[in-house]
Ligand binder design. Structure first.
Ligand code: PMP
Length: 310
């Protein structure tokens, strides 16, 4: 019998697909790891699992303890999933603007949600979470924005899986950055294997990596208001700052032409992959991550936004 004994065992080992219907410039090939096929529906299920395991091992999380974390949603779903069956109390601090679907799923997995004012940004949620940790007994905050376990999760899992799936034939790696854990951790592994892999980071307009100022964007899950301590700019071989319109047009194309029901951070990553294909050596292998699914954003009319500008 091939039977799984817990939902946590289903995390990781997601499939990698080649984009075959949308024309790719320069005879390049674009491959995408379908992270939305994780059981909690995103790339952050991997992080939830390793943050909890790490905290249990180090003794920071004790039996009956309370997990408190500021999160835009997917990390929360990943943590809540990882905590299932373990008897912890889970509280997430979420800026109001984030999709109600994610907040509903976090509650469905047993978590309590504390909303903060959207105008205070992610920093508002981080400050509120710190305050809650201080006044809660046996509280533990995984602190994804400063915890080196965040990138390390991807160095241990996503990097090796991509290397295996592509038989090491990777020229360019592209990933969007929210906390930056996925990009940093995976890039670390790939460059260790082959220093010539070009590692390219993606952000929406309204994020700071290319010298811009923090501002609002519709693209959800990526975008930085500050550079987390574990980020190392020497890995930024390229930076793409993608407009909401371009991200949404690409995700709409990915559903219609490839049957891939992905969220806006996937759209932004794919837009950047097409741009890299234009400048890459002919026939290059470009690999990216599709972090979550569009079903998470149906209330935001993900398939109708920016349509009129086509
Ligand atoms: N895309 C989506 C939809 C996400 O939720 C996240 C995590 N916030 C990312 C991309 C970026 O992941 P990371 O935090 O590892 O940079």
């Amino acid at each position: 019998m091939k039977i799984y004994r817990s939902v946590q065992e289903l995390v990781g080992n997601t499939p990698t697909i080649e984009i075959t219907h949308i024309p790719i410039p320069n005879n390049c090939r674009i491959f995408a790891k379908l992270e939305y096929l994780n059981p909690g529906g995103s790339v952050k299920d991997r992080l939830g699992l390793s943050l909890i395991e790490d905290a249990e091992k180090s003794g920071k999380l004790v039996a009956g303890g309370t997990i408190i974390e500021p999160t835009a949603g997917n990390t929360g779903i990943g943590i809540a999933l990882a905590a299932i069956g373990k008897g912890y109390k889970v509280i997430f601090v979420v800026p109001q603007k984030f999709s109600t679907e994610k907040q509903t799923l976090m509650r469905a997995l047993g978590a309590e949600i504390v909303n903060t004012d959207t105008s205070l940004g992610m920093q508002g949620a981080i400050d509120k979470a710190r305050e809650l940790v201080e006044r809660t007994q046996n509280a533990f905050s995984p602190s994804q924005f400063s915890n080196p376990a965040n990138p390390y999760t991807y160095t241990k899992t996503l990097g090796p899986e991509l290397w295996r799936d592509l038989d090491g034939q990777i020229d360019v790696f592209i990933a969007g950055a929210g906390s930056g854990g996925t990009f940093m951790g995976t890039s670390t592994f790939l460059k260790e294997r082959n220093v010539n892999v070009k590692t390219v980071i993606v952000e929406p307009i309204g994020s700071i990596l290319n010298g811009g100022t923090a501002g609002s964007h519709v693209t959800e899950g990526i975008g930085m208001e500050f550079l987390p301590t574990f980020m190392d700019r020497s890995y930024f071989d390229g930076i793409h700052t993608v407009s909401d319109k371009d991200a949404f047009h690409q995700l709409q194309k990915l559903s219609r032409e490839e049957g891939l029901l992905v969220g806006s951070s996937s759209g932004a990553a794919f837009y950047a992959a097409l741009k890299e294909a234009e400048i890459a050596k002919e026939g290059s292998h470009i690999v990216t991550i599709f972090p979550d699914s569009s079903e998470r954003y149906l209330s935001q009319k993900i398939y109708d936004l920016f349509m009129e500008e086509k």
